[in-house]
Design a binder for this molecule. Structure first.
Ligand code: PRP
Length: 207
C-alpha cells in the first residue's frame, strides 16, 4: 500500500476529479466529512491523508507518506533531497507576485521591507535584482500589511487579483508560476518502485 499526503482546500478540490478518474479514490469520499484518513478504495492500494499544504513535504520528507500532492508555492519553501518532484498536475494554478499600495512612495534610504510567507523564494528574487530587503514573515491576510505600515511590499499568491484590488493594492512583479505537483519520497521510489510508478502513470493518464 502507498500513502498519499494531500493538500486540503483548493488543491484537494481540483485534484479530486483526477484522483477519481484514475480510480484511486472512491467517488464523493471527500464530501461532507471531517475525516482526515481515507483507507484505499477497492484495488487502488492508495491510502489518502488530508492535511495543510505546509505539512505535506514534511510527511513525504520523513517517509511517513510515500507521495504528496501539493502546490509548487509550498515546495519553493521546503527544498530537500529526500523527495523528488515527479508530476505537474497543472491544476490550482496561480502566480506568486509582489504587490504594494497603488500610491506608495518608498524611503530609499533604508532597505525595502517585504512581508511574505514565501521568504526563501523572495530572498532569491530580490537578491537577483541586487535589492537590499528586510523580510517580515507572516502567515496569512498579507494584504493588510502595507496599509498598516508594517511593510513596503508583500509577496503573495495572486489568482484572480480580487483580494489585491479589494485591499487597494496593485500587482507589481511576477515572481513564479504555481501549480500542483506530485512529490515522491526518495526511499519509496526505490523500495516501492513498481507501485509508485503505476500510481504516477494512472495520474498522468487521468489529466
Ligand atoms: C490566497 C492568497 C490571497 C488570495 C488571492 O489566499 O493569499 O489572499 O488567495 O486570490 P485572488 O487573487 O483570487 O483574490 P488563500 O485563500 O489561499 O488563503 P491563505 O490566506 O491561507 O493563503
Amino acid at each position: 500500500m502507498l500513502t498519499l499526503a494531500l493538500n486540503k482546500g483548493r488543491v484537494l478540490a481540483e485534484a479530486v476529479p483526477i484522483l477519481e478518474r484514475a480510480g484511486l479514490v472512491q467517488p464523493g469520499q471527500f464530501k461532507d466529512t471531517r475525516a482526515l484518513v481515507f483507507e484505499p478504495a477497492e484495488k487502488s492500494g492508495l491510502r489518502v491523508v488530508v492535511m495543510r499544504g505546509a505539512d505535506v513535504p514534511v510527511y513525504v520528507e520523513h517517509g511517513a507518506a510515500d507521495l504528496g500532492l501539493v502546490g509548487k508555492d509550498t515546495l519553493f519553501e521546503h527544498p530537500t533531497h529526500e523527495y523528488f518532484e515527479r508530476l505537474d498536475l497543472g491544476i490550482a494554478k496561480c502566480r506568486i507576485m509582489s504587490a504594494g499600495l497603488a500610491d506608495a512612495e518608498f524611503d530609499i534610504s533604508r532597505p525595502l521591507r517585504v512581508a511574505t510567507k514565501f521568504v526563501r523564494l523572495s530572498e532569491r528574487f530580490f537578491a537577483a535584482q541586487g535589492q537590499e530587503v528586510r523580510f517580515i514573515k507572516l502567515s496569512g491576510a498579507l494584504e493588510v500589511a502595507p496599509r498598516l505600515g508594517l511593510c513596503d511590499l508583500i509577496v503573495d499568491i495572486v489568482d484572480t487579483g480580487e483580494t489585491l484590488r479589494a485591499n487597494g493594492l496593485v500587482p507589481l512583479e511576477m515572481i513564479a508560476h504555481v501549480s500542483s505537483r506530485v512529490i515522491v519520497n526518495r526511499t519509496a521510489l526505490k523500495v516501492k518502485q513498481a507501485e509508485v510508478l503505476a500510481c504516477l502513470s494512472r495520474l498522468q493518464d487521468s489529466l
